[in-house]
Design a protein around this ligand. Structure first.
Ligand code: SF4
Length: 361
C-alpha cells in the first residue's frame, strides 16, 4: 500500500508523520507546480473551483509516481468541498488509474475503522501516539511559519527569512521521533532567529483572510504572504491547518478555534454558510479592532462562501474603517498583475498611516 493525499500548505507533514509511524509507505505528490495546475485544469470541469483542480493535479502526479491508495477528506454541504472526493474519483477512474480511495469525513466511528485498517497491527496507544506526533510536528512547522511572518518585514537582506524558513522546513520534515523533533525545533528556531534584522522599522500590519486552501497553499495564492512580507508588512492570519483539523472534530466544532471568529462576525452574519466565510468576516472584524492597517482577502474564482464574505466585508470596511483588498484567483491569474495590485495596496496603507488620514480607499 502506497498512500498519497493532496497538498494543502504544510498539512502533508501530518499525514506523512502518521502513516510512516504506522509503517506505511507514503508517496507525497511533487511540489505543486505549473504542470500540476495544467493537469488538474485539463481534466476538471471548467466551473469547478480552483482547489479541486489543483488537488486533482496533485493526485495525478502522485499516481504517476506509484501511489496506489488515495486518502481524501470529505464533508457535507453547503460548500462544494463535500463533492471533491466523489468527483475526483470519477475523473481518475475515467483516466484509467488503478487505486483505492479512502475518505475521511465527520463520521468519527467510521473514520476510526478506516484508520485502524491503515494502522497495520498497531494498538490504540500506538495509533494515538502517531496522531500526537503528527500533530506536534505540524504545530512546530506552523510556529516556524508564524515566526517567519513576524521577522520577514525586518530582514536586512531580502529573501533571507524565506531561505531560513525553507531550511527549517527541511529539518522538521526529516524528523520522525519525539526526541528528534524537540532538537529540530530548537535548531529551526535558532536558524530563524539568526536572520539579520533591522528592528527600527515599523512594519504595516496586514491580516490575510479567505478560503482555507487558497490561503494555505503558497503556489495557489502566488505566495502573497511572502510578497507582502518582503514589501515590509507583518502578516497575521486566522486560518491554520491545525485549527482546521481541530474544527473537523465534532466536539470542537462548536467550541474550537472558530468560536471567536463566529462571535466577532455575529453583527454581520449569524450562521455558517460553508467554507471559511465566517472566519473571513470575524477575522477582519478582530483585526480592524486590533488596529491593523489593512486586510487582504483571498478567494478562488466562483467560491460561493467567499463571494458571500466579499459582499459583507464591504460593509465591515465602511463601518470599521479598514482598507480591504480582495484577490480573486483562478488558473489564469498572473504574477505581474498581482504584484502591481499588492504594491499599490501597500503604498496606499503607508500613505494612510503616514498622513493619519481617516477615510476609505
Ligand atoms: S470553500 Fe470555496 S473554493 Fe473551497 S471548496 Fe468550497 S466553494 Fe470551493
Amino acid at each position: 500500500m502506497k498512500i498519497t493525499f493532496p497538498h494543502m500548505g504544510t498539512i502533508g507533514i501530518l499525514g506523512e508523520a502518521i502513516f510512516k509511524r504506522f509503517g506505511r509507505e507514503v508517496i507525497l505528490p511533487p511540489k505543486t507546480s505549473k504542470r500540476t495546475l495544467t493537469l488538474g485544469s485539463r481534466y476538471s470541469p471548467e466551473f469547478a473551483c480552483l482547489p479541486l483542480k489543483v488537488t486533482l493535479g496533485n493526485l495525478i502526479e502522485a499516481l504517476e509516481n506509484g501511489a496506489d491508495t488515495i486518502l481524501m477528506l470529505a464533508a457535507s454541504g453547503p460548500c462544494r468541498f463535500g463533492y471533491y472526493a466523489t468527483l475526483q474519483n470519477l475523473i481518475l477512474k475515467n483516466l484509467d488509474y488503478e487505486y483505492e480511495l479512502i475518505t475521511l469525513d465527520y463520521n468519527m466511528p467510521n473514520n476510526l475503522r478506516k484508520l485502524k485498517r491503515l494502522a497495520k497491527r498497531k494498538n490504540c496507544f500506538q495509533i494515538g501516539e502517531a496522531f500526537r506526533f503528527g500533530f506536534l510536528k505540524l504545530l512546530t512547522m506552523e510556529k516556524m511559519e508564524r515566526l517567519a511572518h513576524r521577522i520577514r518585514p525586518y530582514e536586512i537582506k531580502k529573501g533571507s527569512t524565506t531561505k531560513a524558513y525553507e531550511e527549517t522546513s527541511r529539518i522538521i520534515r526529516r524528523t520522525f521521533s519525539f526526541k528528534k523533533l524537540r532538537q529540530a525545533r530548537r535548531k529551526a528556531t535558532s536558524l530563524l532567529r539568526g536572520v539579520s534584522l533591522n528592528r527600527t522599522r515599523n512594519p504595516l500590519k496586514i491580516g490575510v483572510v479567505g478560503e482555507t486552501y487558497t490561503v494555505l497553499e503558497p503556489y495557489v495564492n502566488l505566495e502573497v504572504e511572502r510578497k507582502l512580507g518582503e514589501m515590509g508588512c507583518e502578516i497575521h492570519r486566522p486560518v491554520w491547518a491545525t485549527d482546521y483539523i481541530i474544527s473537523m472534530l465534532p466536539i470542537f466544532n462548536r467550541w474550537g478555534p472558530r468560536r471567536k471568529y463566529r462571535k466577532a462576525a455575529r453583527p454581520y452574519l449569524k450562521q455558517e454558510v460553508g467554507g471559511e466565510c465566517i472566519v473571513s468576516i470575524g477575522g477582519t472584524v478582530l483585526y480592524a479592532r486590533g488596529g491593523f492597517d489593512g486586510i487582504v482577502h483571498i478567494a478562488p474564482f466562483t467560491c460561493l462562501p467567499e463571494i458571500v464574505a466579499q459582499g459583507i466585508l464591504s460593509k465591515v470596511k465602511k463601518e470599521l474603517n479598514i482598507p480591504i483588498l480582495t484577490l480573486v484567483l483562478d488558473e489564469h491569474t498572473a504574477q505581474a498583475g498581482l504584484v502591481t495590485r499588492l504594491e499599490a495596496f501597500v503604498d496606499l496603507l503607508e500613505r494612510r498611516r503616514n498622513k493619519k488620514v481617516i477615510g476609505d480607499r
